[in-house]
Every structure is written in structure tokens, then in C-alpha cells.
Design a protein. Structure first.
Length: 210
């Protein structure tokens, strides 16, 4: 059995869009108001871990499609970079989606999706694990596709004979039905008081012209 380290070096990995949409349902916030540095610092303090790096991944709306969203993320990501957070972003991809309504009419609308963000996130978790950069990967996401990453981390543990943990952290509330973290990881729920203590008071939304 690999020896559990007394000081657990931790890297936090944020799936920005996944966390935002979960928080929106759980706590009712309409824009991403989390502090991407304070939140993992708080979780690591609760767990007795040593946070050494934060990596943030998100899709960003194009300027022509969503100017407000574009400028919000541009400003917020720039502020994260100044905090020393490693930021990875890509433009959101839009596609038409058609649904049939109860009266048999069809409605088509644009749906934004991320391309490549989840792959980059998964690759970085695995690469940094292989390179021995962390003892704990703290992932802010409920994307079950990342359960395959957990399998890879277990294989690294066996091959290298090294203690490694992967944990997923996510919001919980009476209004949010998804109470599952990523399968094959340790689950760390975030309640409303913890989240509210880790919000960013700065508003990165573009100012309205007067």
C-alpha cells in the first residue's frame, strides 16, 4: 500500500461552465460569481490539504453572439490570471436544436456547447498526475465523463506506487436534484453558507451606458 503523505499537495481543476450551471440551479445565482481562488482554498482548509495550484477551464461566448457574456468572461479570466490561476478557454460552438412542443409544433433555437474544454481538463489532470505534481486532484465538476480520468489516476497509483486521491466538489441544496459527484472519486458537497463565503464581490459584467 502506498504511504499517505502527511502534507497533501493539491491542485484544483475547475470546469467553469459545469460549476456555474450547477450553482445557478442550486443557489439561484444568474452569473458566475464564485471566487476561483477562495473556493478551493476553503475546501482545502476544511480537508487539511495544501493548495498549490488552481487551473480553470471554460468556454467563452463569441463577441458577435453574446457581447455581454464575452466581456464578462474576458474580464473575469483576466482577473484570475492576475491571481496566478492557470486559465484555459475556448470559444463556445453554437448549433441549432429543434424540439417538438405539446401542440406538435416545432421550435428551433441556438444551443451553445464547449468543444475541447473537457478533453483539455482531463488531459491536464492525467498529465500532472503522471508528472507527480499533486497528491490530490480537486475537481469542481459533476461531469461523469471524468470518471474515466479517475480510472487513469488509479492506474498511475499502481504503476508509480504513489498515493493519489481525486475528489469532486459540487453544490448541494433542496432545489438541486443532482447530488452525485463524479463516479469513482471522493465527493465533497458545497452548501450555501460555504459557497456564499467564497463569492467574488467584483462584477465583471459590462457597464451599462448612461
Amino acid at each position: 500500500m502506498p504511504t499517505e503523505p502527511a502534507i497533501k499537495r493539491t491542485i484544483a481543476f475547475f470546469d467553469g461552465q459545469n460549476l456555474f450551471h450547477a450553482v445557478k440551479v442550486a443557489f439561484g445565482y444568474t452569473y458566475p460569481n464564485f471566487d476561483a481562488l477562495k473556493l478551493p482554498q476553503t475546501i482545502c482548509q476544511q480537508q487539511g490539504w495544501n493548495l498549490i495550484k488552481v487551473c480553470f477551464y471554460t468556454g467563452v461566448p463569441d463577441l458577435q453572439d453574446n457581447p455581454k457574456g464575452h466581456y464578462f468572461w474576458r474580464n473575469k479570466l483576466a482577473a484570475m490570471g492576475r491571481q496566478g490561476i492557470k486559465v484555459y478557454s475556448r470559444s463556445l460552438v453554437y448549433r441549432n436544436q429543434t424540439i417538438k412542443l405539446p401542440d406538435d409544433t416545432e421550435h428551433t433555437f441556438l444551443v451553445a456547447s464547449e468543444k475541447g474544454i473537457d478533453i483539455r481538463l482531463a488531459l491536464d489532470i492525467i498529465r500532472m498526475g503522471l508528472d507527480g505534481e499533486y497528491d490530490v486532484a480537486l475537481v469542481f465538476s459533476q461531469d461523469q465523463d471524468l470518471s474515466e480520468v479517475a480510472d487513469e489516476i488509479r492506474d498511475i497509483t499502481k504503476v508509480q506506487g504513489r498515493w493519489i486521491k481525486i475528489a469532486s466538489s459540487f453544490p448541494i441544496s433542496p432545489t438541486y436534484r443532482n447530488r452525485r459527484g463524479i463516479d469513482k472519486t471522493d465527493w465533497i458537497p458545497i452548501d450555501r453558507p460555504t459557497y456564499d463565503a467564497c463569492t467574488d464581490p467584483r462584477d465583471y459584467r459590462p457597464k451599462r451606458k448612461t
